[in-house]
Write a protein that binds this ligand. Structure first.
Ligand code: IVH
Length: 670
């Protein structure tokens, strides 16, 4: 039980925090800076930790960040609004380009459309029959808020377009922003130009939005009916002809060297621009190549954001803490003297792993330079060894797990013939407290069971109270006990109850992912669930440990199979799955759509002409077919390229499987 004085202080801090939330999100008139706000948030989190306080519903540990305003109607985007992956330098860009070549085949020609990345708020504008009919914010990428009336107040957004070639239906996307000079007039009300744009876009009354000189720059489309355009550059030119503003600094470049040179040049120029930019966006210019490359789960393969240099600052390492992750990885974190880096107070910096500490010889007490860029976790870039005291000692990385005392190991990678840089606790499953808590957090996370009433902090609290130890405990919580906890009321307990109930219906893919098996992330969980289709098959496999059959699945290899075998060699993991099966309603996988290859399986052998294996595979999947990695009686077609493996062709012949060429596959696809 916490004493009254502490409880009072905590409530006061919360009150202050919620006052600023209101000022920021509802009134759009923050009275403190972003960094002061972050500091307050941090104080509350630390207070809860220090005095073991069960967080209240309106604490930042439960109510994380931005809550969508209730006053706007929701809108599901026709085409998801994804984000871009980031590059920070030459290496990242080479890597990006290499992946493109691998995917598309080496001898392909393309150019890059290079565009400044304005630091504003993205918006989507749908036009039907040449009229602007609905405007939506990005939201979480799947679903945004309808802000049509507010967007209509922006002069750069045409309400009607008369051009002949304007598509019958098109959703145009771009950035809403405010110029630096206009921001000066309202700087007392907002922390920065981006906040000003976002705040005024979310005003309930469009007349309020109108008071702030918002601008709009168009840069892409989401949905488009009958796309006639061949390249991004061509599309940008059309946008301008239609009456949209486009960026005057857009240009075409052809290789990574040119990109890096232009980036250097632009980085200096950015301060003279009329608006804030946080990097450059590079897009493969040709739409046919963009279509072939497609998307990963979060971002397009055909575009990347090249960020400008991060902000950095010097500070002192007070302590090195070892955090233990869900898969047992020991991650060292430097607790540093709090320092303001580009408006955010930083007090933690990741040191990545044991090897990194060794390589940079990072020690407690060192003066270090810390870098922070965008959403990337702050990290140490260099140690000032000249300022090191004589008594300083090399940091000794623990060889036993600080949480459970078990042995730790660095795995040997048989492919690279090197030891892993990461040290791991060997006490897998729920035997190690820290690992168990992280596993539970993973289980409830958005991409897994998505129990949103049960945040990470609540998991920690319920663990501390011994209410939950394993995932299945979540479904037999004693809600009466929770209602009696400090900080909980009937309403919040009801919310928790509802979100737990709702999470019980779950797809097989999410369920497999929720188990938190190393190397079985979102993509691999999907591959597995597409292959086994239902939970009974999964149970059968984990009992018999016949995971080798997964070698058949294109994309699953030895690493994943080894990890599955390892995970289920632990009996407690098997019983967790079985118990969960009886508590949840795990839905069987419905195979993707009704495409022309539905129900047919394909395998590729040999070099395919003009198309990579990955692309051929995704072509089959896009049309609802599946791909296998081995010849078996389950296979329908063997697609043969140059220098095909004879053995596979022979096997296919024996089994009477159709052997076809790439051209014949294309014919099947019309
Ligand atoms: S293209 C699939 N082009 O950056 C992503 N985005 O991290 C398509 N942005 O949400 C986005 N300038 O808010 C694109 N010229 C530009 C951009 C740009 C700024 C922002 C946008 C987006 C974010 C992606």
């Amino acid at each position: 039980m916490i004493n009254e004085k502490i409880s009072k202080k905590y409530k006061l801090k919360l009150k202050e925090y919620n006052k600023h939330n209101k000022l920021y999100y509802e009134k759009n008139k923050p009275t403190i800076s972003d960094s002061e706000y972050d500091k307050l948030k941090l104080e509350i989190l630390e207070f809860e930790k220090k005095y073991n306080i069960a967080p209240k519903k309106n604490s930042p540990s439960i109510n994380i960040g931005y809550t969508a305003s209730k006053s706007f109607e929701k809108y599901k985007h026709k085409v998801k609004m994804l984000s871009l992956s980031n590059a920070f330098g030459y290496e990242d860009l080479l890597n990006f380009e290499k992946k493109i070549f691998n995917y598309l085949n080496k001898n392909i020609n393309f150019s890059y459309s290079v565009e400044p990345k304005i630091d504003g708020i993205s918006a989507s504008l749908t036009y039907k029959n040449k009229k602007f009919i609905v405007g939506v914010s990005r939201g979480d990428g799947n679903e945004g808020e309808i802000i049509t009336e507010n967007l209509k107040t922006i002069k750069d957004i045409p309400l009607e377009i008369n051009s002949k070639n304007f598509p019958d239906e098109i959703e145009i996307r771009g950035e809403v922003y405010i110029k630096k000079k206009d921001f000066l007039n309202i700087k007392d009300n907002f922390a920065n130009p981006r906040n000003a744009a976002s705040g005024s876009l979310r005003q309930k009354d469009p007349n309020e939005t109108k008071k702030i000189p918002l601008r709009f720059i168009a840069y892409t489309f989401g949905y488009i009916k009958n796309n006639q355009f061949k390249t991004q550059t061509e599309f940008l030119i059309e946008l301008k002809k239609w009456g949209f503003k486009t960026n005057i600094d857009n240009k075409i470049l052809r290789n990574v060297n040119d990109l890096v040179n232009f980036h250097k040049e632009f980085e200096n120029k950015r301060f003279d621009l009329e608006y804030d930019v946080d990097g450059l966006v590079y897009k493969i210019n040709e739409f046919n190549l963009q279509n072939r490359l497609g998307f990963t789960s979060n971002s397009p393969r055909w575009a990347i954001a090249h960020k400008f240099s991060a902000d950095s600052a010097s500070t002192k390492i007070n302590k090195i803490e070892i955090q233990i992750g869900r898969t047992g990885a020991l991650t060292p974190v430097a607790k540093v003297e709090p320092v303001n880096i580009g408006g955010v107070v930083v007090s933690n910096a990741t040191l990545h792993n044991e090897d990194e500490i060794d390589r940079k010889d990072i020690r407690i007490g060192d003066l270090v330079k810390i870098e922070r860029a965008g959403d990337v976790i702050p990290h140490v870039i260099e140690v000032d060894k000249t300022k090191r005291s004589k008594s300083s000692k090399k940091f000794k990385f623990p060889t036993i797990c600080p949480s459970c005392g078990s042995n730790t190991i660095k795995e040997f990678n048989t492919l690279t013939k090197k030891y892993d840089a990461v040290r791991r606790c060997t006490n897998d499953s729920f035997g190690c407290e820290k690992i168990a808590i992280e596993k539970l957090k993973h289980f409830i996370s958005k991409e897994a069971l998505n129990i949103d009433g049960l945040g990470k902090k609540v998991v920690e609290k319920l663990w501390d109270l011994d209410f939950i130890n394993k995932p299945q405990d979540i479904f037999s919580l004693d809600y009466n006990k929770i209602t009696n906890l400090d900080g909980w009321g009937t309403q919040s307990v009801n919310n928790l109850k509802n979100s737990i109930e709702n999470s019980k219906k779950v797809s097989l893919q999410r369920f497999i992912y929720s188990l938190g098996i190393r190397h079985i992330g979102i993509e691999n969980s999907k591959l597995i669930s597409d292959n086994i289709k239902n939970i009974s098959k999964f149970i059968e496999l984990i009992k018999s440990k016949q995971f080798d059959s997964f070698l058949n699945i294109d994309g699953i290899g030895e690493t994943q199979i080894k990890s599955l075998k390892n995970f289920f060699s632990n009996k407690s993991n098997i019983s967790i799955v079985i118990e969960l099966t009886s508590l949840l309603k795990i839905e069987s996988q419905i195979l993707n759509g009704n495409g022309i290859l539905k129900g047919k399986s394909f395998m590729f052998t040999g070099k395919l002409n003009g198309i990579s294996r990955a692309e051929a595979k995704s072509l089959v999947e896009k049309n609802s077919g599946s791909t296998l990695n081995n010849v078996s009686k389950n296979l329908d077609y063997l697609v043969v390229g140059e220098k095909a493996t004879n053995k596979k062709v022979e096997q296919a012949k024996t089994l009477g499987i159709d052997i076809i060429s790439l051209e014949e596959l294309k014919k099947l696809l019309n």
